[in-house]
Design a protein around this ligand. Structure first.
Ligand code: KG4
Ligand code: ZN
Length: 338
């Protein structure tokens, strides 16, 4: 059985084929970063138009890479939400048309479930149950995962998501879009301890996050060092990353303790950050537990994670109708159990 996955929720067009017996067979990705860079962020209308242009050629390339044809597919999975509505519609229409034309089912996939289970694409997979830390551009969530499809939200950000905090801080430091990876490069050259920023909400006895204040603290530091900013930019970037990493570790420790679980899965774009990975590895080492990540290219948006979840939902008989349906806002804990 083979499922083709289509990811088009934001600024990356990802296509992949997942087999129930062989796992990930083929995957391709087109990033729109260069197109949006001159505007300093994602322009939704440009994103939608580009997805429309890219999906069909990428499907062809993905099939060619696997020496397969459309007839070898058993279902078409697509990201139905959350995300930019036009971008989602582009993927959902292509998926619906392909499925209808081939006489096979379409399967609506939740983008964050895709991220959450992306570490399952690796050889070293976590066992259920585990606690998941989802850190992406739009979400920061701590989740108890008892089995696939069973997601209990333990905590979330009350304001900016972790990725959003990276992107906004990067902008303040003059780093071009996309800010997260650029800030990581800068932080690597920084001196630890020069800037110690607040660890937001770590004293609150819950698993929620807040990153807006951290961004303000960075802004204040930038204003204070207006005259010699170039000398301290890297130190500020490192101070920000350390504060964010520390806060994530603190809340993960609390969530793991509350659940009595010793296994942590970290997913979403920010989990590509080396320092954040290192901090969480250290944390789990100190707790004698284990942390699982996806490889870097599957931390950010990709088709492989959508094809994989598509296969899970396909095998449990959760097929979509022939309607073009997307959900720009779609709470993860409202998913049907598998
Ligand atoms: O998961 P993702 O690709 O898309 C969403 O579903 O939102 O996450 C994108 C976010 C962006 O905010 C981006 O700046 C951040 O992940 N990101 C990083 C890194 N790579 C991507 N943040 C910090 N360090 C990185 N290396
Ligand atoms: Zn994403």
């Amino acid at each position: 059985m083979r499922v083709l996955g289509i990811e088009s929720s934001c600024d990356e067009t990802g296509i992949a084929i997942y087999s129930d017996t062989e796992g990930l067979v083929s995957h391709v990705l087109h990033t729109q970063i260069a197109m949006h860079a001159e505007y300093g962020g994602v322009v939704p209308e440009l994103a939608s138009r580009d997805h429309i242009k890219r999906i069909v050629p990428l499907v062809r390339t993905c099939l060619d890479k696997a020496h397969l044809t459309l007839k070898d597919l058993d279902a078409i999975a697509y990201t139905a939400g959350p995300g930019l509505i036009g971008a989602l519609l582009a993927g959902s229409m292509e998926a619906g048309a392909l499925a209808y034309g081939l006489g096979i089912p379409a399967i609506a996939v939740h983008h964050m479930e895709g991220h959450l289970l992306a570490p399952m694409l690796e050889e070293d997979k976590p066992q259920y149950p585990f606690v998941a830390l989802l850190i992406s551009g739009g979400h920061t969530l701590l989740i108890k995962v008892s089995k696939p499809g069973d997601y209990e939200i333990l905590g979330q950000s009350v304001d900016d998501a972790a990725g959003e905090a990276f992107d906004k801080t990067a902008k303040l430091l003059g780093i071009p879009y996309p800010g997260g990876p650029g800030l990581e490069v800068m932080a690597k050259k920084g001196r630890s301890g020069v800037f110690v920023f607040p660890r937001p909400m770590i004293k609150k006895p819950n698993c929620d996050f807040s990153f807006a204040g951290l961004k303000t603290a960075v802004l204040n530091a930038i204003l204070e060092h207006k005259s010699d900013l170039d000398n301290v930019k890297c130190d500020i970037a490192l101070g920000f990353t350390e504060a964010l990493a520390d806060t994530l570790c603190h809340k993960c420790r609390r969530a793991l303790r509350e659940c009595g679980i010793n296994s942590l899965v970290v997913a979403g774009g920010v989990s590509a950050n080396f320092m954040i990975r290192e901090s969480l590895i250290k944390l789990m080492h100190s707790l004698r537990g284990k942390v699982f990540f996806a490889r870097k290219e599957f931390c950010t948006d990709n088709g492989a994670m959508i094809a994989q979840v598509g296969m899970l939902r396909f095998l449990s008989g959760q097929l979509s109708d022939n309607c073009i349906r997307v959900f720009p806002r779609w709470p993860l804990d409202q998913l049907r159990p598998l």
